[in-house]
Design a protein around this ligand. Structure first.
Ligand code: SF4
Length: 388
C-alpha cells in the first residue's frame, strides 16, 4: 500500500459557465498566503487531524507517499516557487518515493520558464485542460484559452521533458456538433497524449449554464447545448476513436496508453488512502473520510490561527464501505470481482446485479460484473438502480 496526496488550489482567472466546483476568482496577492497555509497544514497535519477527531491508523504513519496531485481550480496559476514549497513540505512530513506528480494546467497559463520550473520541481505529469479544439465552443463556455494556446503550450512541456500529458475534453459544450466533436478528437489524437479524460457536460444547479438550462433559459448559449442523445453519441465516438488509436479505456471517463493510467486517481477508485490539503480538500484513511472548509479565506484564517481546517468528519460503516466498493468498482472497466467482495465483507452481493443484468445495464462473466459497454454513457442510471 502507499499514500496519495491531493492539493486543492481553488483559484481561477474567470468562472467557466459550466463550472460547478468551489473555486473563486481572486487577486494573485492571495496565492502566497494560501500556499503558506497549505504548507503549514501539511507540516502540522497530525496534530490538526487529532484535534478534529480523526484517528489515523498506525499503519498509515509509515506509508510512503508516491503520488501527488495538484488540482483545482487552476493550480498552474501559482508561482512555481509555491509548488516547490508544497512539495518540500510533503517531503519533510512523510516518507516519500514520488512516482507520479501531477499538475492541472490550463493552456493559457503555460510558459517555457514555468514548464521548466515545474519539471525541476519534480512535476512529471500535466493534466491539461483543453476541453475542445473549437474556438466557438471555448468562447461560449467562458474559457480563457483558444485552440492556438494548446499548440503553443505543448512544445513548452515537451521541451521541459514533460511527456506524460493528459488531455481533458468535454462532450456537450454549447455549439458542439458531431463534426466539431469529431474534429476535436482528431486534433487530440494527432498530438498523441499518453492519457485522455472525456467528460460529459454536467447539468445541475451548481453552474450558471446548468441553472439556465434547467430553467429553460437561453443565457450562456444554453439553447445551443447538444441533446442527451447527441452527448451519448459523442462519448461513444470518443471510445471508438481512442480504442483504435491504442488507448485502454480503464475508467468511465479515462483512457490511457498502456502503462499510463493515473496512479493517483486509481487510489480513489480502489479505496486506497489519500490525504487532501487545502480549502475543500477531501481525505480518506481507510476507515474515516473528512473534508476541509470550502472557503479559501476561512481556510487560511483557521490554519494561521492554529486551528484545524477540517469541517466534516465521517466514520465509514461496513455497509457504506460495501456500497462504495460497488459504486467505485463499477466505474472501472475491469469491473467487480464478486468473490473478492464476498470474502472481504462476508455478504453475497451477486443478487443485487440480477435485475441490472436482465435489463442489459451490466454484464456478468464468471465472478466479474461490469457495466455493459453500450450503457457506459448512462452509468449514473445504473448507479441509482444499484444503490437503491
Ligand atoms: S478552469 Fe476549471 S475550475 Fe476553473 S472555473 Fe473553469 S472549469 Fe471551473
Amino acid at each position: 500500500m502507499s499514500l496519495g496526496i491531493y492539493i486543492q488550489v481553488p483559484f481561477c482567472q474567470t468562472k467557466c459557465t459550466y463550472c460547478n466546483f468551489h473555486t473563486g476568482v481572486v487577486s494573485s496577492s492571495r496565492f502566497a498566503p494560501y500556499a503558506a497555509a497549505v504548507q503549514t497544514e501539511i507540516r502540522e497535519h497530525r496534530s490538526r487531524l487529532t484535534s478534529a477527531g480523526v484517528e489515523l491508523p498506525e499503519a498509515l504513519a509509515s506509508e510512503c507517499v508516491d503520488t501527488v496531485y495538484f488540482g483545482g481550480g487552476t493550480p498552474s496559476l501559482l508561482d512555481p516557487a509555491h509548488l516547490v514549497g508544497v512539495l518540500n513540505s510533503i517531503r519533510e512530513s512523510f516518507p516519500t518515493r514520488f512516482h507520479e506528480v501531477t499538475l492541472e494546467a490550463d493552456p493559457e497559463t503555460i510558459e517555457a520558464a514555468k514548464a521548466e520550473a515545474w519539471a525541476a520541481a519534480g512535476i512529471d505529469r500535466i493534466s491539461f485542460g483543453v476541453q475542445s479544439f473549437s474556438d466557438v465552443e471555448l468562447k461560449a463556455a467562458g474559457r480563457m484559452h483558444c485552440r492556438d494556446d494548446v499548440y503553443r503550450a505543448v512544445p513548452f512541456l515537451h521541451a521541459a521533458g514533460i511527456r506524460n500529458i493528459s488531455f481533458d475534453l468535454i462532450a456537450g459544450l454549447p455549439h458542439q456538433t458531431a463534426k466539431s466533436w469529431s474534429n476535436s478528437l482528431d486534433e487530440l489524437l494527432a498530438l498523441a497524449p499518453r492519457h485522455v479524460s472525456i467528460y460529459l457536460l454536467e447539468v445541475d444547479e451548481g453552474s450558471r449554464l446548468g441553472s439556465e438550462l434547467l430553467s429553460g433559459g437561453k443565457r450562456y448559449s444554453a439553447h445551443a447545448v447538444p441533446t442527451d442523445d447527441a452527448m451519448a453519441e459523442s462519448y461513444d465516438l470518443a471510445r471508438a476513436k481512442l480504442a483504435s488509436a491504442g488507448y485502454e479505456h480503464y475508467e468511465i471517463s479515462n483512457f490511457a496508453k498502456p502503462g499510463f493510467a493515473s496512479e493517483h486517481n486509481l487510489k480513489y477508485w480502489r479505496r486506497e488512502p489519500y490525504f487532501g490539503f487545502g480549502a475543500g480538500a477531501h481525505s480518506f484513511s481507510g476507515t474515516q473520510r473528512w473534508a476541509n472548509a470550502h472557503d479559501a479565506a476561512a481556510y487560511v484564517q483557521s490554519v494561521s490561527m492554529g486551528k484545524t481546517p477540517v469541517e466534516q468528519l465521517e466514520l465509514i460503516s461496513t455497509g457504506q464501505a460495501l456500497e462504495e466498493e460497488l459504486f467505485l468498482g463499477l466505474r472501472q472497466l475491469a469491473g467487480i470481482n464478486l468473490t473478492k467482495i464476498k470474502d472481504a465483507y462476508g455478504v453475497p452481493v451477486s443478487d443485487r446485479f440480477v435485475a441490472l443484468e436482465s435489463s442489459g445495464l451490466v454484464e456478468r462473466s464468471g465472478d466479474i460484473v461490469r457495466l455493459s459497454p453500450q450503457k457506459l454513457s448512462i452509468s449514473n442510471e445504473v448507479f441509482v438502480e444499484l444503490l437503491r
